[in-house]
Structure formats: structure tokens, C-alpha cells
Ligand binder design. Structure first.
Ligand code: CUA
Length: 333
């Protein structure tokens, strides 16, 4: 048999929903294209001019006709809007128990890191049936992390973090693409996802680790950059305590409040004065250029372990067999 798939396999929990919506839109488009083309052809022949002196009949519009061709398309458009919003929400709401993986796009490769420390380049191993959240950064230009079989794609944008999630529902190997033109070797910025049975994944995860978990590297970075001299565990330091901070609301100097999430953490490291916490002096220097994208993600992973609920969620998603690795110092830019 010739193996020539028209569509990539439906290998994530929401792939079927995405395809159904897509097929609906294609069906509507095909229906109207065919109907209108046939009508044009039929009317052109049926009402063609038969004599040289023939004059067309005077027509003064039809309210019924105009309402019909306004209201029916309106309803169809609203159905597509409502349906796609529903699919969009499914894809946007990241489940709490999702296993976190970081991805950094760089001309021309995808670098992944698991929460236990394993690094992969242009390859990603995942367990079957486990929701996965991927936090995405870029070291240079805009890339786009694309998993066709999981029906999900997200831009990697320099200077900010983006994220996507999916739950693999099939074992096997699937494509990774870069879906945003990023230079000469854009077409070579590809890789392979390997979805394994959870047992096989745990065995894979237990072998071949070269460095500690990101949270551990983040903790080391936290003291290397001397963050710990100001951000003490108590609120006695020159900077606010970072304990149990993730997900909480903090009051700012300007009277506004902000939720402490990944975006706020990132901004506060790179541009500390942007959203200054109430009651603290603008003393913190910027760490722009001093911390790599990997380093930022490691700092984030460390801060999450300081906040109990997030730390618990991460432990649940981590494999027990892979706990307590022997850390080796990793060079940081
Ligand atoms: Cu990276 Cu295209």
C-alpha cells in the first residue's frame, strides 16, 4: 500500500475537535462555491440575450431576497465564531496537572528541557496520556513551535514567554517544525517527538542525565547573581520575599495590583522598575543581558519551588524514580 497521508495523525486530546471545525468550514466553503458557480452558469444560459434588440426586464430589488442573503450568512458566521471560540478556550486553558517542559528556539534548532534536568535538541520524549505544558522562549528571532499531529502551534518571541499545552493520545513519533521563516536554515529547524508508554518514559527519564533539575540550577543561579542578598526568606530584605509568591496578587507602588505569573517574574528580572512592589525602593538593577533564556527559565523553576501549591503540582507531574539527581555545575552566561 502506498503510504501517502493527506492529514497528519490525530495524536492529541483536542486534535479531533480542531479537525471537525476545519472540515465544517471546508464543507461550508465547498457548498457555497459549488452552489454559486452552478447558479451563475444556469442563469447565464437560461436568461441569455436571444435577439439583438432584446431589453432586460426592470427589477426594483427584493426585501425578502436581501434579508435572506444577509441573515443566513450571519448565522453561519456566528456558528463558526462560537465553535472556534470554544476550541480556542480548550487550547488556551492549561490544565493544572500539566507536566512542564521548557523550549528555547534558536537559529536553527529547538532546545527542550524536562523538569528533571534532561536536555534534548530537536527531539522531545513524552509520556502517553499526560498533559504537557511547554513554556517557549527565543534566543534570537521569531520562531514558531509547531506540532502538526497535536494540532498546535505557538510563536517563540524574543523578549517574552509564550506557552502551549496538549495531551498526547497516541504512541509513536511525530514531527516538530518551525512554522515562522527565520533565516537560511528555517526548513532545517525540525525535530521529532517520541510519545512513549508512561513506563518506558520513566525508564528513559532515569537514564542519561547530565545536569540537575532546572529548579536546582535556578537556585544556584539565584545565589551566583546575588539575588539572595536582597530577596531574603523573610520580608526584612531590601527586596520582597519570594516565598509563596507565585500566583498571588501583589500591590504596586502606583496603587495597581498585579498577579505574580511567569510574565511578571520575567519582567521583574529584566526590567525591575516596570512594576515596583509597594513599600520597596527602586534599587534592583536590570539583569538584561546577564541571564540567558535558559537561565531565566531555571530561575522561574526555582521560584516555583518556593511556592507550595506550584511545587506540589510539579512534584505530582515529576517521576519519583528520577528524583534526587547528582547535580554537576553548569556554566551560565
Ligand atoms: Cu525557526 Cu523558522
Amino acid at each position: 500500500m502506498l503510504n501517502f497521508p493527506i492529514f497528519p495523525s490525530q495524536a492529541s486530546s483536542y486534535a479531533g475537535e480542531v479537525d471537525l471545525l476545519y472540515f465544517f468550514i471546508v464543507a461550508v466553503t465547498v457548498f457555497f462555491t459549488v452552489t454559486i458557480s452552478l447558479a451563475v452558469l444556469f442563469l447565464a444560459i437560461r436568461f441569455r440575450r436571444r435577439h439583438k434588440d432584446e431589453v432586460g426586464a426592470p427589477i426594483h430589488g427584493s426585501l425578502v431576497l436581501e434579508l435572506t442573503w444577509t441573515i443566513i450568512p450571519l448565522i453561519i458566521a456566528l456558528v463558526i465564531f462560537g465553535w472556534s471560540a470554544q476550541v480556542f478556550f480548550t487550547m488556551s486553558r492549561i490544565p493544572n496537572q500539566a507536566m512542564e517542559i521548557s523550549a528555547v528556539g534558536k537559529r536553527w534548532m529547538w532546545k527542550f528541557q524536562h523538569i528533571t534536568g534532561q536536555r534534548e535538541i530537536n527531539a522531545l520524549h513524552l509520556p502517553l496520556g499526560q498533559p504537557v505544558k511547554i513554556l517557549i522562549a527565543s534566543e534570537d528571532v521569531i520562531h514558531s513551535l509547531y506540532f502538526p499531529s497535536f494540532r498546535v502551534k505557538m510563536d517563540a518571541v524574543p523578549g517574552k514567554w509564550t506557552s502551549l499545552w496538549f495531551e498526547p493520545t497516541q504512541t509513536g513519533t511525530f514531527h516538530i517544525f518551525c512554522a515562522e521563516y527565520c533565516g537560511n536554515n528555517h526548513s532545517g529547524m525540525i525535530g521529532t517527538v517520541t510519545v512513549m508508554e508512561p513506563r518506558d518514559f520513566q525508564a528513559w527519564l532515569a537514564g542519561g542525565r547530565q545536569e540537575g533539575p532546572p529548579a536546582q540550577l535556578g537556585e544556584r543561579l539565584f545565589s551566583q547573581l546575588a539575588c539572595n542578598t536582597c530577596h531574603l526568606e523573610t520580608n526584612q530584605g531590601r527586596g520582597p520575599s519570594l516565598k509563596d509568591l507565585m500566583g498571588t496578587q501583589v500591590k504596586l507602588q502606583n496603587g495597581q495590583t498585579v498577579t505574580v505569573d511567569e510574565t511578571y517574574i520575567r519582567e521583574s528580572i529584566l526590567n525591575p522598575q516596570a512594576k515596583l512592589v509597594e513599600g520597596y525602593q527602586p534599587l534592583m538593577p536590570t539583569f538584561q543581558g546577564l541571564v540567558s533564556e535558559d537561565g531565566l527559565m531555571q530561575l522561574l523553576a526555582y521560584l516555583k519551588t518556593l511556592s507550595k501549591p506550584a511545587a506540589e503540582a510539579q512534584t505530582a507531574a515529576t517521576v519519583p524514580a528520577a528524583a534526587a539527581p547528582a547535580p554537576a555545575p553548569a556554566p551560565q552566561r
